[in-house]
Design a protein around this ligand. Structure first.
Ligand SMILES: N[C@H](CCC[C@H](N)C(=O)O)C(=O)O
Length: 281
């Protein structure tokens, strides 16, 4: 089967084209693939009745997840090249996504991530709360910048803090405390955003079940939505992440969030179907 090693702004992926195979990856196989590929997420491509492709996504710790913005852009690019089309419909557990490019050979790919879910029970949170600024305490650490983060679901749960100085934030120390906080029954991706202007932010994300990554697509979408709801940002924003930059547009006309950014194909290979736990050299 075809194997693609790709990244979106440094968010690293191992993508297996399982169409035509009975590919069923165990959590252990996912962890082994992710380790050997040094990937944040692992994806298997499957046939779809509703779209051009079905994308099954796992974090590198083995948990299956419904949404991943950056890999949606990579899979969109694979299918556009295969079908020689500028628009591709991707089916995921979170729903249908539309990926587009501006022309053949283009590696700037946009994905329509649909509408953000903003009700407390849709994030989900453990109790009723105003999701524009939630009350999540982490023990003795009551740093001033850890007040009232925004909560947004982009097909997956996000908690976004707005901080004055991102380089002063201990993302690796604080991220896991919020990720597993009892306020989030399904855990959460934890974003730390610094506003540089009403149309640009810098963002780092401690990802649920994957840790600190160089970029998080749904995290960038969630940060802009949370910033607009706090009155800090315009609906069209550039998000500077460690691995590059993404452009987010939370469209007024249909409430959809459009994410645009680069993809990179690092390696493509033919491999034998990984029944259990293959190791890629
Ligand atoms: N860790 C995330 C999934 C990957 C999201 C990220 N890589 C993106 O580009 O959106 C979660 O468990 O919800």
């Amino acid at each position: 089967m075809k194997y693609y090693q790709m990244n979106g702004c440094g968010n690293a992926f191992a993508i297996l084209d399982g169409r035509g195979e009975k590919l069923r990856l165990s959590a252990e196989a996912v962890r082994r693939i992710a380790k050997s590929a040094n990937a944040d997420q692992v994806v298997s491509l499957e046939n779809s009745m509703r779209g051009d492709i079905f994308m099954r996504i796992w974090n590198n710790t083995g948990s299956e997840v419904a949404a991943c913005g950056n890999v949606s852009r990579c899979v969109g690019w694979i299918m556009m090249r295969e079908r020689n089309r500028d628009t591709i419909k991707i089916e995921t557990e979170a729903g249908l996504l539309i990926a587009t490019r501006h022309g053949n050979g283009d590696t700037m790919i946009s994905v329509d991530m649909g509408s953000p879910l903003l009700k407390w029970e849709e994030i989900p949170l453990a109790e009723r709360m105003d999701t524009r600024g939630i009350d999540v305490k982490i023990g003795p650490i009551d740093a001033p910048y850890l007040q009232l983060p925004g909560a947004v679901n982009m097909g997956n749960p996000h908690c976004v803090f707005f901080v004055d100085e991102l380089d002063a934030v201990d993302v690796v120390g604080i991220g896991p405390l919020i990720e597993g906080h009892m306020m989030f029954p399904e855990k959460a991706n934890v974003g730390f955003a610094q506003v540089l202007g009403r149309d640009c932010i810098r963002l780092r994300v401690w990802e649920r079940d994957a840790g600190l990554t160089k970029a998080c697509g749904t995290g960038a979408c969630a940060a802009v939505v949370a910033g607009v709801r706090k009155g800090l940002l315009n609906r069209s924003c550039t998000v500077f992440v460690d691995g590059g930059d993404l452009h987010i547009d939370w469209r007024e006309k249909d409430d959809h969030v459009i994410m645009t950014g680069p993809i990179e194909l690092e390696r493509q290979a033919e491999i034998s179907a990984p029944a259990s736990a293959p190791v890629f050299r």
